[in-house]
Design a protein around this ligand. Structure first.
Ligand code: AMP
Length: 209
């Protein structure tokens, strides 16, 4: 099965993608993670996109589409994949159609107030990339990853200014994809406010139908 995870930043796409891959053996392809890895490794792409990502703007469509196209040429396993955070513009969705048909689009619905609270408390592990939240999913020891003992950090684009920018970028450029995929009969709305396990249950139920 080939899925798209759609939703505002902080709607839980990454968290649910990780759980769903654990439950189903699917592969998660996160453009945000691919860009952050490129920045960490100081590749040519990483150097190009660093400032854009830290400000909360979107990386240009050509670069993003090329990245996803390359990634999908590599192994994704026989259980299918989840595109987490791609497409984010109509142009990206049009491009995706030309190289990869999709079975369903999961739209995580979370009110704005909750989104801001989620993003500002978010922490990531520098070593293994595991995600935490200081209030909703705290690590056992403050600042330390439960899984690998790595140091936890706050993403630069989770600063208050970048959060505001990312939310307006989402409203202007990504939200129109909800209607785009609804018209194609692919959209499934999922309430993203319950616990990650409950949200993951709802996604599994929806894609089994
Ligand atoms: P995420 O981890 O999904 O929140 O993505 C972090 C940042 O990576 C975004 O704010 C964008 O700057 C960039 N990014 C991720 N996915 C895309 C995409 N599909 N199109 C353009 N930029 C993206």
């Amino acid at each position: 099965m080939k899925l798209i995870f759609l939703g505002a930043p902080g709607a839980g796409k990454g968290t649910i993608a990780t759980r769903l891959t654990e439950r189903t053996g699917m592969t998660a392809v996160s453009t945000g993670d691919l860009f952050r890895a490129a920045i960490k490794n100081e590749t040519e792409l990483g150097l190009k996109v660093k400032a854009i990502i830290e400000s909360g703007d979107l990386v240009p469509d050509e670069l993003t589409v090329a990245l996803v196209k390359e990634r999908l040429k590599e192994e994704t396993g026989d259980k299918g994949f989840i595109l987490d955070g791609f497409p984010r513009t109509i142009a990206q969705a049009d491009a995706l159609k030309t190289f990869c048909p999709i079975d369903a689009v999961i739209n995580f619905v979370v009110p704005d107030e909750k989104i801001i609270k989620r993003l500002s408390g978010r922490r990531l592990c520098r070593q293994c990339n595991a995600g935490y939240h200081i209030e909703y999913m705290p690590p056992k020891q403050e600042g330390i990853c439960d899984a690998c003992g790595g140091e936890l950090y706050t993403r630069k684009d989770d600063s208050p200014e970048s959060i505001q920018n990312r939310l307006s970028v989402y409203a202007e450029q990504t939200k129109p994809l909800i209607d785009y995929y609804r018209k194609e009969g692919l959209l499934i709305d999922i309430d993203g406010t319950p616990s990650p396990d409950e949200v993951c249950d709802a996604v599994c139920k929806a894609i089994a139908q």
